[in-house]
Design a protein around this ligand. Structure first.
Ligand code: GDP
Ligand code: MG
Length: 349
């Protein structure tokens, strides 16, 4: 499964600088058939230290991380929802992504022009959110019209949808994001066909001056400038540089992990001599559905799964020893997969 994250924000806030740094990490496209060859799309590996350790105990010939796709979307400006700039096209690009990373400028560099004259993160965030909200209001208004006809025609689904549409309209009118207005999974499912922009998870990235990177705040603070420098260094030197900055992970790695969490995704792993490979699934998926990510036959003919937590497998020193110790469990079709499960699926053709 491939998930994509759209990078949005005002012009000149550092979106492309971040995107370019991200794509330096880009994975070998030949391993990933879904990989699009578009200069604005980058498929990047999700950093995962567990894979290295598993690869060792399994003697794996290669390690294949799971990936996430980032899309560099051109700058949104005030009025985009009315078609200002290339407004509609940008909004359409965002519509196709699963989550939004909103880059907000805080770096002070006077050489870089700010579209609205001065650096003001809070007001910039409002500008962008307002454009997204206005675009969603248009979608909701349109749907309210067509839905009213369906209600009159006696359609049951339309009746169910009606109060949710009203709730959305009221909330959006008050400047709320759709993801702040509805959170019930069933309601989210009902409004899926509206393809709302603000219902997607949103991650805010504050692009700050080099001396203002703090970890563990609500905002993810990064310095696009430093990320660009880091991305050009060999891995060992990049690690040293991070240490000098008192950071334990690069902003990009923190962003990738945060995006993964925002999408409610988890990783399970297959590990053998051929490869140790990470697979992306949604939290809450059961074993057959998870197996289907590898191959649809695995889901259709699912018999059972052999499961062990990755750490237990590493501590045991590999599969053979884990088996001897009876650490590998047999799980059936109702087993809910856990992050870090190492799995073997048994299936019949
Ligand atoms: N000083 C400083 N300049 C930056 C930083 N990030 C981006 N810039 C500069 O700001 C300008 C616009 O950056 P760009 O990534 O193209 O912005 P975009 O329009 O949002 O894609 C470029 O000249 C960048 O070099 C940063 O963190 N610090
Ligand atoms: Mg750009």
């Amino acid at each position: 499964m491939s998930f994509s994250i759209g990078i949005v924000g005002l012009p000149n806030v550092g979106k492309s600088t971040l995107f370019k740094a991200l794509t330096r990490k880009q994975v070998d496209a030949s391993n990933y058939p879904f990989c699009t060859i578009d200069p604005n799309v980058g498929v990047v590996p999700v950093p995962d230290e567990r894979l290295e350790q598993l690869g060792k105990v399994s003697n794996s010939a290669k390690i294949v991380p799971t990936t996430i796709e980032f899309v560099d979307i051109a700058g949104l400006v005030k009025g985009a929802s009315k078609g200002e700039g290339l407004g509609n096209k940008f909004l359409a690009n965002i519509r196709e992504t699963d989550a939004i990373v909103q880059v907000v400028r805080q770096f002070s560099d006077a050489n870089v022009i700010h579209v609205e004259g001065k650096v003001n993160p809070e007001s910039d965030r409002e500008t962008i959110n307002m454009e997204l909200i206005l675009a969603d209001l248009q979608s909701v208004d349109k749907r309210i019209d067509t839905n009213a006809k369906e209600v009159r025609a006696g359609k049951k689904e339309a009746k169910e949808l009606e109060p949710i549409l009203i709730k959305l309209k009221t909330g959006l009118d008050a400047g709320k994001l759709a993801n702040e207005i509805i959170s019930d999974p069933e309601e989210i499912e009902l409004v899926k066909e509206l393809h709302l922009l603000t219902i997607k998870p949103m991650i805010y990235v504050l692009n700050v001056d080099e001396d203002k990177i703090f970890q563990d705040t609500d905002y993810l603070t990064v310095s696009a400038k430093i990320e660009a420098e880091l991305s050009e260094l060999p891995e060992a030197e990049a690690k040293e540089y991070l240490k000098d900055l008192s950071l334990d992970a690069s902003g990009l790695d923190r962003l990738i992990v945060k995006a993964f969490e925002a999408l409610n995704l988890i990783t399970y792993i297959t590990s053998g001599e051929m490869e140790t490979k990470a697979w992306t699934i949604k939290r809450g998926w059961k074993a057959p559905q998870a197996a289907g990510v590898i191959h649809t036959d695995f889901e259709k003919g699912f018999i059972r799964a052999e499961i062990i937590n990755w750490k237990d497998l590493v501590d045991a020193g590999g599969e053979t020893k884990a088996k001897e110790k009876g650490l590998i469990r047999l799980e059936g079709k109702d087993y809910v997969m856990q992050d870090g499960d190492v799995a073997h699926f048994r299936f019949a053709n």
